[in-house]
Design a binder for this molecule. Structure first.
Ligand SMILES: NC(=O)c1ccc[n+]([C@@H]2O[C@H](COP(=O)([O-])OP(=O)(O)OC[C@H]3O[C@@H](n4cnc5c(N)ncnc54)[C@H](O)[C@@H]3O)[C@@H](O)[C@H]2O)c1
Length: 123
């Protein structure tokens, strides 16, 4: 990991993998600001990361990656220079019962992040 990254956005940081990634980044990169963006669905739980919630380089933002305007605004307000994208619908049984929700979150949500990053890089 490049230690020169000043602001790292982690999506899905209240989930299974994201919570471990957020903890590791917050503890190992005290000079970087770590933003955890999570919608807190049935799969997200901030209890996973209570040990780092008061660290000065950590910020939690409750929000939805499928909301393009919200994501654009987040990128405009924060000088994000790296993104680790882990927010997703990930439960296989739910993908069978509600595939549309999976497509919207996993495809449109990812496109929103890519579009916002591209817009900010282009400035
Ligand atoms: N867990 C595994 O074994 C595994 C293996 C390989 C790949 N992956 C992939 O890694 C990623 C993360 O997996 P996980 O197991 O941590 O998932 P998870 O379901 O535990 O966590 C997903 C997180 O995303 C958040 N989220 C869901 N929709 C959101 C939205 N619209 N906006 C913002 N946040 C939202 C949830 O609240 C949750 O905190 C997924 O893409 C998954 O497919 C997981």
């Amino acid at each position: 990991m490049n230690r020169n990254f000043k602001t790292i956005l982690v999506t899905g940081g209240a989930g299974f993998i994201g919570s471990h990634v957020v903890r590791r980044l917050v503890n190992n990169y005290p000079g970087s600001k770590i933003i955890n963006l999570d919608k807190l669905t049935y799969a997200g739980n901030l209890q996973n990361i209570t040990d780092i919630e008061n660290k000065s380089n950590y910020t939690f933002v409750k929000g939805d990656i499928t909301d393009g305007a919200f994501i654009d605004n987040l990128f405009q307000k924060n000088d994000i220079d790296a993104v680790i994208h882990l927010a997703a619908e990930s439960h296989v049984d739910r993908s069978i019962s509600n595939p549309t929700e999976f497509a919207i979150t996993n495809v449109i949500g990812t496109i929103n992040l890519l579009n916002a990053a591209k817009k900010e890089l282009g400035k």
